[in-house]
Design a protein around this ligand. Structure first.
Ligand code: ATP
Length: 483
């Protein structure tokens, strides 16, 4: 599993999916750049989400709110006071850790060693301490369970402190601290504060949703696991506004709908599981995570939270503006539901984690050995709709007018599909290169093409080759790569 993860990271770099940010300056920790193929894959994931959430739901609309928001918003949302991680330093190595992560690693270790009771006990103790924000208790747990620093190996720890994860900066030219603004740590608040704007201008009727894709920033204490935990990342969030009392029903609806979305990409069902939260945040009345089995264990990809009327009520209080909706529909007594602050179900997925999961799922070293010959190929078995390149177009050779003909084929397809033209190297090598980046189709123009306008089309997964007419290329590709 470690091996698979390492392969994914090096594959992502080698083929232009993901690069370390500022690499020539030795990198910037927990910040990454998406390369030429990564940007395409990421866009395709976004499109899949946007279509499923916004286009397919007549009662969901999408917005794009600013990263900078009024600083009071983060007071109202609870982030200024409560968006903290408990941090601890090892005095010898001078390395900084998240206290809860050290404990979680210990729990995983206990589980691995079959000490399930010990693991469960520590889990409960840790959850209690986190909930009560009891920092000395967290430190005591680290000591009781004799957790050593992974770098120095010593147990010489500082006290546990709270560390706020929001990045701040200054607005305008004021340096007196009065103009502090934050980089948003989640996109959701941009939706809440625009709730009435969208409801009124879009004439939305409850239940309805507002979706958004955008960057979020968190000053994570420690960076781990490649693009799993970044300081700058992207979220795809949707807030669904419902009548109070109907929140449980919609929570169940979205829980199911979101898992279906994941599975529709062909990911094996057993790779996913729900993790229902037993201990809830103060504003939530139900919460579950959709977890995926990464090479380093089941981890959260998406959260579905029933947030009650917490956020809208907070903004009503802090802004002094009404955040109410007038519901003209009649209840069972024939009376209009009237004015209320809606309840909210949130679905929140990390785009980068989804990207990582997609790469992990798709990367495969396929054994092609025959009794005569050992052989294998590296394959990125992406869903065709997610593939960065849909078709690669190759002239068999660089002469006899084949490149010109291949260019014609390319020009006829490139408006509708992301295509690539390549004439360098032997054809087999060109095929393998496209296999490695997940291109579902390779189209080869040869001498016969000049006579009868047919080409060979090679299918990535089966390596099967067919002879088809050029005029049939468009729908052949379309039928496989469209949503
Ligand atoms: P975690 O417990 O892993 O830190 P979280 O519970 O803080 O995640 P949420 O606040 O619920 O995460 O954010 C919703 C989603 O955003 C997560 O499911 C995850 O996919 C993504 N996400 C959160 N933090 C990061 C990060 N630092 N890097 C990449 N993706 C992130």
């Amino acid at each position: 599993n470690d091996e698979l993860f390492k392969n994914v990271i090096s594959h992502a770099k080698e083929y232009g999916f993901v690069f370390q940010s500022s690499e020539i300056y030795d990198g910037l920790s927990a910040v990454y750049d998406y390369g030429q193929l990564g940007a395409e894959l990421k866009n395709n994931i976004k499109t899949y989400w946007w279509k499923a959430m916004v286009q397919m739901h007549e009662n969901i609309v999408g917005i794009d709110s600013a990263i900078f928001m009024h600083p009071k918003i983060w007071k109202a949302s609870g982030h200024v006071d409560g968006f903290n991680d408990p941090m601890i330093d090892n005095k010898d190595s001078k390395k900084r850790y998240r206290a809860d992560q050290l404990l979680e690693d210990k729990i995983a270790k206990y589980e691995k060693d079959g000490k399930t009771e010990k693991a469960a006990k520590l889990q409960t103790d840790m959850d209690d301490a986190l909930k009560a924000e009891d920092l000395p208790r967290l430190k005591a747990l680290i000591e009781e369970h004799e957790i050593a620093c992974p770098v120095s190996g010593t147990k010489n720890w500082t006290d546990v402190r709270q560390f706020n994860l929001m990045f701040s900066t200054q607005f305008g030219a004021m340096a007196d601290g009065s103009e502090v603004v934050y980089l948003r740590p989640e996109t959701a608040q941009g939706i809440f504060v625009n709730f009435l704007n969208v409801q009124k201008t879009g004439r939305m009727k409850i239940p309805f949703g507002i979706a958004q894709i955008g960057k979020a920033f968190r000053n994570e204490v420690i960076a781990r696991q490649f693009i799993m935990r970044m300081r700058e990342f992207e979220q795809m969030e949707m807030q669904f506004f419902v009548r109070p009392g109907e929140d449980k029903k919609w929570f169940e609806y979205w829980k199911e709908a979101r898992l279906k979305w994941h599975k529709a990409l062909g990911t094996p069902a057993e790779k996913y599981r729900y993790h229902d939260h037993v201990k809830l945040a103060h504003y939530a009345n139900a919460a579950t995570d959709i977890e995926f089995e990464f090479p380093f264990g089941f981890k959260e990809v998406e959260g579905i939270h029933s947030r009650t009327d917490f956020d809208l009520s907070q903004h009503q209080e802090f802004s002094g503006k009404k955040m109410q909706y007038f519901d003209a529909e009649l209840d069972e007594n024939g009376k209009p539901y009237g004015n209320y602050v809606p309840y909210v179900i949130e679905t929140s997925i990390g785009l980068d984690r989804m990207f990582l999961l997609t790469m992990i799922n798709a990367l495969e070293e396929e054994d092609l050995s025959t009794p005569e010959k050992q052989d294998s190929r590296t394959l990125l078995r992406l869903h065709p709709a997610l593939a960065p390149i849909k078709a690669a177009i190759f002239p068999l050779t660089k002469k006899d007018g084949l490149p010109e003909k291949a260019r014609e084929v390319m020009d006829a397809l490139k408006f509708d599909f992301n295509c690539i033209y390549e004439e360098k190297d032997a054809i087999g090598k060109r095929y393998r290169r496209q296999d490695a980046v997940g291109t579902p189709f390779c189209i080869t123009v040869d001498h016969q093409t000049l006579e009868d306008n047919t080409v060979t089309i090679r299918h990535r997964d089966t390596m099967e080759q067919q002879r088809i007419e050029i005029k049939d290329l468009h729908w052949t590709i379309e039928s496989k790569v469209s949503w």
